[in-house]
Design a protein around this ligand. Structure first.
Ligand SMILES: N[C@@H](CCC(=O)N[C@@H](CS)C(=O)NCC(=O)O)C(=O)O
Length: 312
């Protein structure tokens, strides 16, 4: 397998999930730092417009979204597993909680909070405006103020799920070893402690197990990371050929034939049309071939959950 190249930035909590997968599996990977907000001139040639973080590049194959990236890493590097208790289906299904109501609540609290830049985070000046636009399909940032008490009480109800899991003194959510369930659940406290520390104190001071669990997760580390220049990553894609097309899964009810021009777009937030030729689907993923003058032919892969696929 070609080198694992993660396009990310250190402050990105979704990227932290994947850095921790590298940590659990003790993998060697290359780190390409991308901007935290648009424009992203060294990412979009690879993804065809998808701007979210992180993105995994393996040669000329581009994997978008942590749901798919975690699954690819688990498939290629099964041990140590991110399902230490063996419950892979439950671990993946938990993503729909983590990426949906749980994450939207925490982000809305941050966007509506009094101190959204009080944390020790290194962000561009236009970050807040960028995020207002990106999250507009989920909430209107300008009217969040009066909703904050309700959002905080929602967050506490989510946090209590984690607290319940840890109540018997176990180190991680599914037992003695860390796994994907921990990574889904840690997003929100990891994010709020950095991005809105006063909100984090309010939310987590009453749940002391949360801080101790986060410290254990941090100790997992990031595997073997080494930096790569963004231009070099584009050169890697240009020099490589994408993996052979798998074709449309014969059981797929999608009703679109391989070779059709399609448009794939996140259906939750940060919508954008990634257009290319449909070259493959599996029960949980979709792959499109596209071409860009800087990187040549690349195949961009998305999970199905959370994405729309339509003829272009
Ligand atoms: N469902 C996506 C969500 C990714 C996401 O929203 N990431 C945030 C950063 S942690 C983001 O992309 N923000 C906008 C950006 O980085 O440009 C995933 O699991 O990868």
């Amino acid at each position: 397998m070609a080198e694992l190249i993660l396009h990310h930035y250190d402050e990105a909590p979704f990227a932290e999930k994947i850095r921790l997968v590298f940590g659990i599996k003790n993998l060697a990977w290359r780190s390409v730092i991308q901007p935290a907000a648009l424009p992203k001139p060294h990412l979009l040639p690879l993804t065809g417009g998808y701007r979210r973080t992180p993105v995994l590049q393996v040669g000329a194959d581009i994997y978008c979204d942590t749901q798919l990236i975690a699954a690819v890493l688990e498939r290629e590097f099964p041990q140590p597993s991110i399902f230490p208790d063996g419950n892979a289906g439950l671990g993946y299904a938990l993503g729909s909680w983590a990426h949906g109501p749980y994450v939207v609540t925490s982000v809305a609290i941050y966007m509506g909070s009094e101190d959204p830049f009080a944390g020790a985070v290194n962000l561009p000046a236009h970050f807040f405006e960028d995020r207002k636009k990106m999250w507009k399909t989920q909430f209107d940032t300008d009217t969040l103020g009066p909703r904050l008490p309700l959002l905080r009480s929602q967050l506490d109800a989510h946090t209590d799920f984690i607290n319940m899991q840890l109540a018997d003194g176990r180190a991680f959510l599914t037992g003695a070893k860390p796994g994907l369930a921990d990574l889904h659940a840690m997003w929100d406290p990891w994010f709020l402690y950095r991005f809105a520390p006063k909100e984090a104190q309010r939310a987590y001071d009453r749940f002391p197990r949360i801080g101790q669990w986060l410290a254990r997760l941090a100790a997992v580390g990031q595997g073997k990371r080494s930096e790569m220049n963004p231009e070099e990553a584009l050169d890697v894609a240009k020099a490589a050929a994408p993996k052979p097309a798998t074709g449309v899964d014969p059981h797929d009810p999608i009703g679109i034939k391989a070779g059709t021009r399609v448009c794939v777009s996140p259906s939750d937030y940060a919508e954008v049309n990634v257009v290319g030729e449909l070259v493959g689907t599996t029960v949980g993923s979709v792959s499109v071939l596209r071409s860009d003058p800087r990187v040549g032919e690349v195949v961009v892969h998305f999970p199905k959950i959370g994405y729309r696929i339509e003829p272009a």
